[in-house]
Design a protein around this ligand. Structure first.
Ligand code: OGA
Ligand code: ZN
Ligand code: ZN
Length: 377
């Protein structure tokens, strides 16, 4: 059954609710898939949405078992397969067409002995299923460990290129983290033997790198255990315990800056960035990079109360995992969600990490590409 309304049509698509599905004329016209409207080789839209007439409507419309055919009042003809309409039926729920969509799994200290672990060679040598599983764990948990990586200089850059691409920042493409006083890259406390409280890297960027990789070329010191905290879990706890504090942290900019001889990156963004559905999208936190707040005086006290609340949740033992990474291990985090840190360590014995970044979009791209080859096979 097809019903033509003023600005939309209704069609029955065998939805379990038995309610008919509504498609707006402007949406249908905009999503015509013909070769005049979509470039046949690049699949990019050539139809210009802004040029669709405001009174766009069918002159006639017909359905068969397999398709809806519309003759538009602008002279264009469109065909929509029923299967396609079912997959894009927005009037019952928000349709999901993203092959890389995952399910976020929040964690606390209980994950300590179950952090997703992979073998470096298996990631490279197995068919792409192992790499796909690893990418999906990174997406869903935001924390993984890859064991037995080669102890070679710049291996982490090659690893990034094997998975996706390196996301460069202004400081170094490859960061050496070791306690060598006076070295040019000693621009932060990471290059000392002090404790590093859980933080996300580069929150001073408006778009911080999405994936952080730590390759342990050597870890032979006393102490220096790695720590990690799920920022999304902590934010969820705050939302339950103190919704007004959560709200403040979604709205108040916190100014972060990383200033050195090599660059001066500075920006103010909320610790909690929400998406258009109000879900948490980006978590940022770095005690060491925070700079004086210049928010209006009347907001200052409430902001600090909220800021300290989340800071205390980050330090709560039930939210923190702590583990020792060995020489040859790579820890990988979703830097838009999971904080990392390390305990203080003794200067005796070598400790040398190489760090590099990727962007999460490029990892999600890898997921889609592998899934597409699996479907085609
Ligand atoms: C860093 C960092 C962790 C470590 O350099 O940003 O967090 O284990 N290092 O040294
Ligand atoms: Zn068309
Ligand atoms: Zn760091």
């Amino acid at each position: 059954m097809l019903t033509l309304n003023q600005t939309s049509l209704n069609i029955e698509l065998d939805h379990p609710s038995q309610r008919s599905s509504e498609f707006h004329y402007v949406w249908l016209r905009d999503n015509c898939g013909c070769t005049e409207c979509v470039h046949p080789d690049t699949l990019e839209r050539t139809l210009v949405t802004a040029e669709i007439a405001d009174d766009i409507a069918p002159q006639s419309a017909d359905i068969s078992d397999t398709e809806l055919v519309v003759a538009w009042n602008d002279g264009h003809h469109s065909r929509y397969a029923m299967d396609w309409l079912k997959r894009h039926d927005y009037s019952h729920s928000r349709f999901q067409t993203d092959l890389a969509a995952g399910e976020i799994k929040l964690w606390g200290s209980e994950i300590q002995n179950q952090i997703p672990e992979y073998d470096y060679r298996a990631l490279h040598d197995d068919d792409q299923q192992t790499l796909l599983n690893w990418c999906c764990d990174l997406r869903d948990y935001g924390l993984t460990i890859v064991r037995n990586a080669p102890l070679k200089e710049a291996e982490i850059e090659r690893f990034a290129e094997f998975v996706a691409v390196v996301r460069e920042v202004i400081y170094d493409r490859l960061h050496n983290v070791r306690a060598t006083p006076g070295e040019y890259n000693a621009y932060n406390v990471a290059s000392t033997t002090l404790e590093l409280k859980p933080h996300t890297d580069m929150p001073c960027y408006n778009n911080p790198p999405g994936v952080q990789m730590f390759h342990f070329l050597a870890n032979e010191t006393e102490g220096g255990e790695s720590t990690a905290v799920d920022g999304f879990k902590v934010a969820e706890q705050l939302k339950q315990q103190a919704p007004e504090a959560y709200e403040i942290l979604t709205k108040t900019p916190v100014f972060f800056q990383m200033d050195s001889a090599r660059g001066d990156i500075a920006s103010g963004n909320p610790l909690l960035t929400l998406d258009t559905d109000g879900k948490l999208k980006v978590f940022r936190f770095s005690n060491q990079l925070a700079r004086p707040s210049n928010i209006p005086a009347e907001q200052m006290e409430a902001f600090y109360a909220a800021y300290k609340k989340i800071g205390r949740l980050i330090e709560a033992p039930e939210n923190k995992v702590q583990f020792r990474l060995e020489t040859g291990d790579i820890m990988v985090t979703n830097n838009l969600r999971v904080m990392h840190g390390r305990n203080a360590y003794s200067g005796a014995g070598q400790r040398h990490l190489q760090l590099s970044y990727m962007d999460m979009d490029d990892v999600l791209s890898r997921i889609r590409m592998i899934k597409k080859t699996q479907v085609a096979a």
